[in-house]
Ligand binder design. Structure first.
Ligand SMILES: [Ca+2]
Ligand SMILES: [Ca+2]
Length: 231
C-alpha cells in the first residue's frame, strides 16, 4: 500500500519555501519600522521647529541651545545645567553656545528622536540675542545647508538648523549625555553635521530640518514685530 504521509524531502522542501516566504515578509517589516521611526522623528522635529518659531514670536528672539558639552561658554556652566532641556544664556542675554540640543523642557516638545537621542540644534547668534529683541531687515543667519554629494546648496544664511542623527546615531548625544560612537561607514555628509561648524548637509541617515530667514521674518511681521533698519 502506498504511504499517504509526507517524506522527509517533501517536509524539507515545504520548510525551505516557508523560510523564503517569511524572510520576504520580515525584511520589509524591519524596513517599515525604520520608515515609521523616521516619520515619527520628522514629526518631533517639525513640532520643535514650530515651538522654536513660537518662542521667537513671543520673545522676539530664537531660543538658545541647551548645552551638552564644553563648547564655547558651556565650559563655565555647572554640569547640572547640561542636557537638562533648558536653554543656556549668560547674564547679558546671549547664548552660551550656538551649538547644542533643542531645549525640550522650555519648548514643551519631544525630548528625543525615535532612537532615544537628543535633537541637535544650531542657532545663528544674531537671531537668539535677548539684548536686542526683534530682527533687523538685513539680519542674516550664518548656517548653510548642502544637498547630498555634489548637488550643491539647499539653503544659505539660515537662522537655525535641527538634526537627528538617525538610525545609526553616529555622534548623537544620548539622554545620559554620552556621545554615541562613530562607525567607519559614516558618510561625508554625516561628518559635516557633526563637526560643530556652520555647514550642514543632507545625506546618510541624518534628518536635517531648518527655518529659512525670510519665512521667520515673515512670521514675525505677521505677529506684529516690526523689522529694524531701513529698506
Ligand atoms: Ca541647559
Ligand atoms: Ca547618522
Amino acid at each position: 500500500m502506498k504511504n499517504q504521509g509526507f517524506t522527509l524531502i517533501e517536509v524539507a522542501v515545504v520548510m525551505i519555501i516557508l523560510g523564503l516566504l517569511m524572510g520576504g515578509i520580515i525584511v520589509p517589516m524591519s524596513e517599515q519600522m525604520r520608515i515609521q521611526r523616521m516619520k515619527q522623528t520628522r514629526t518631533t522635529m517639525e513640532q520643535s521647529l514650530e515651538a522654536i518659531t513660537g518662542h521667537a514670536l513671543v520673545h522676539g528672539m530664537l531660543p538658545c541651545p541647551d548645552c551638552v558639552d564644553n563648547q564655547d561658554g558651556c565650559k563655565s556652566l555647572s554640569k547640572k545645567h547640561h542636557n537638562d532641556g533648558r536653554q543656556d544664556r549668560n547674564s547679558q542675554g546671549q547664548c552660551l553656545t550656538t551649538v547644542g540640543v533643542v531645549p525640550w523642557v522650555d519648548l514643551g516638545v519631544g525630548a528625543v528622536d525615535s532612537w532615544g537621542n537628543r535633537i541637535h540644534y544650531r542657532v545663528s547668534k544674531r537671531f537668539a540675542d535677548a539684548s536686542k529683541p526683534g530682527f533687523g531687515r538685513h539680519d542674516t543667519g550664518d548656517i548653510t545647508v548642502r544637498d547630498e554629494g555634489e548637488y550643491g546648496l539647499l539653503a544659505d544664511q539660515v537662522p537655525l538648523v535641527l538634526v537627528s542623527y538617525g538610525d545609526n546615531g553616529y555622534g548623537a548625544v544620548s539622554r545620559a549625555n554620552t556621545t554615541m560612537a562613530i562607525g567607519d561607514d559614516i558618510s561625508a555628509e554625516e561628518r559635516l553635521n557633526l563637526d560643530h561648524d556652520t555647514i550642514y548637509a543632507h545625506g546618510g541617515d541624518d534628518l536635517v530640518l531648518w527655518m529659512a530667514g525670510p519665512l521667520l521674518k515673515y512670521r514675525m511681521i505677521q505677529a506684529g514685530w516690526p523689522l529694524h533698519g531701513a529698506l
